[in-house]
Design a protein around this ligand. Sequence first.
Ligand SMILES: [Zn+2]
Ligand SMILES: [Zn+2]
Ligand SMILES: [Zn+2]
Length: 131
Amino acid sequence: MAHDDDHLDGCDHDCQSCGAAPVPGLAACPYCRAAYAGLEAGAACPGCGCLSVSGRGVCAHCQGALTRACVFCQAVSLLELAQCTRCHEAFAGAVERKRERDRLARSAPPVTNLDPTGANIFNTLNAILKK
Ligand SMILES: [Zn+2]
Ligand SMILES: [Zn+2]
Ligand SMILES: [Zn+2]
């Protein structure tokens, strides 16, 4: 079976595990999930679970999107990437982090020039100067 592995298109031999015809663009058999030899796998499709080859934005099996939009900058990145290609926020827990930041931004006290410590020093200085 090794003599078939250097066919990059992967179209002319069946799955080595179950015998199903290979699907171009997939990195693993859609039926038995056996990885095709010599192909780098990208993200698993959220719709059908198939592994497309790395770098694809669309599932080669069901045509579902293999991309996601960043909650911080709305840039679209490949599902196989761990972080946004634009702002480099990690996707893991991004929704929770965004929610927490929004909450902190809303509850943050308004910026004020009144520094209690500075005011006390100012009063102390005034008191000294008035003597
Ligand atoms: Zn198979
Ligand atoms: Zn799919
Ligand atoms: Zn981003």
